[in-house]
Design a protein around this ligand. Structure first.
Ligand code: G1P
Length: 269
């Protein structure tokens, strides 16, 4: 079945990036004049996604405004001989909807908000903290693997031992150069991570995940963790990790954000 739908959870407080995130959502951090989430939506569309649900929270209306048309601005540019700037207002072509997550109960809970939108078909998830500098979109790589295996596929990358405690980490059996069958998965292991392969914010999931999200109890940080639902799903369904190519930047890290700005400035001018 073709993967047409994606959920982008963008409801978190962005506590790592305070104080700016008191007023500016992390997803709106500018990169060459576009907000970070623009690039994530662009990646989804370039990977074949047609319908996107962005999960927001009360202080994230700016994201909704960004993907809406601005009729006054369009009229102003038209009337003042600045029509050439109209193309700067364009956003990636997809049908985008929004839903509000009333309580910050974690990634798993944010995804649950998307259950009616997904309506029992396999779907993609893109975490907008993770941006990839890569021509071959990371999500597209996962969708290809999904089509081959007809099972959920999670994007992973090798991460330094001392940083694994910040990620979901898989225990795996290698299938081929980049593909791994997941045997177990642990959220933010504080010791003895099961491998050096960390989950990097891109997923293609079987819709059964919603059944498991409903069943699980709050995990790390008192939040409903997607990783915990995946761990349960593994007992009945195969799930693969695919080592995506491309440099990953976590925009919640000042260093990565700065490095990404430099990279994009050089690439896009
Ligand atoms: C989330 C996931 C984690 C994953 C990470 C990737 O954690 O829970 O499994 O490795 O994203 O960025 P967060 O960074 O939101 O704490």
């Amino acid at each position: 079945m073709k993967i047409k739908k994606a959920i982008i959870p963008a409801a978190g407080y962005g506590t790592r990036s305070l104080p700016i995130t008191k007023v500016l959502p992390k997803e709106m951090f500018p990169i060459n004049g576009k907000p970070a989430i623009h690039y994530v939506v662009e990646e989804a569309v370039a990977s074949g996604i047609e319908e996107i649900l962005i999960v927001v929270s009360r202080n994230k209306n700016m994201i909704i405004d960004y993907f809406d048309r601005s009729l006054e601005l369009e009229a102003f540019l038209t009337e003042t001989n600045k029509k050439h700037l109209l193309e700067k207002l364009s956003v990636p072509k997809a049908h985008i909807q929004f839903v509000r997550q009333p309580y910050a109960r974690g990634l798993g809970n944010a995804l649950e908000m998307g259950m009616p939108f997904i309506n029992d078909e396999p779907f993609a998830v893109l975490l907008p903290d993770d941006l990839f500098f890569e021509k071959k979109q990371s999500l597209k790589q996962l969708i290809k693997a999904y089509e081959k295996k007809n099972s959920s596929v999670i994007g992973v990358q090798q991460v330094k031992q001392e940083l694994l405690k910040n990620y979901g980490v898989i225990k795996e059996k290698k299938v081929s150069a980049r593909l791994h069958e997941i045997v177990d998965i642990v959220e933010k292991p504080q010791s003895d991570p099961p491998s050096n392969l960390a989950v990097v914010g891109r997923y293609v999931l079987h819709p059964d995940i919603f059944t498991f999200l409903k069943k699980i109890k709050p995990g790390v940080g008192g939040e409903i963790q997607l990783t915990d639902a995946l761990k349960e799903m593994l007992k009945v369904r195969k799930c693969f990790g695919y080592e995506v190519t491309g440099e990953r930047y976590d925009i919640g890290s000042n260093k990565d954000y700065f490095e990404l700005l430099k990279k994009m400035y050089i690439a896009e001018g």
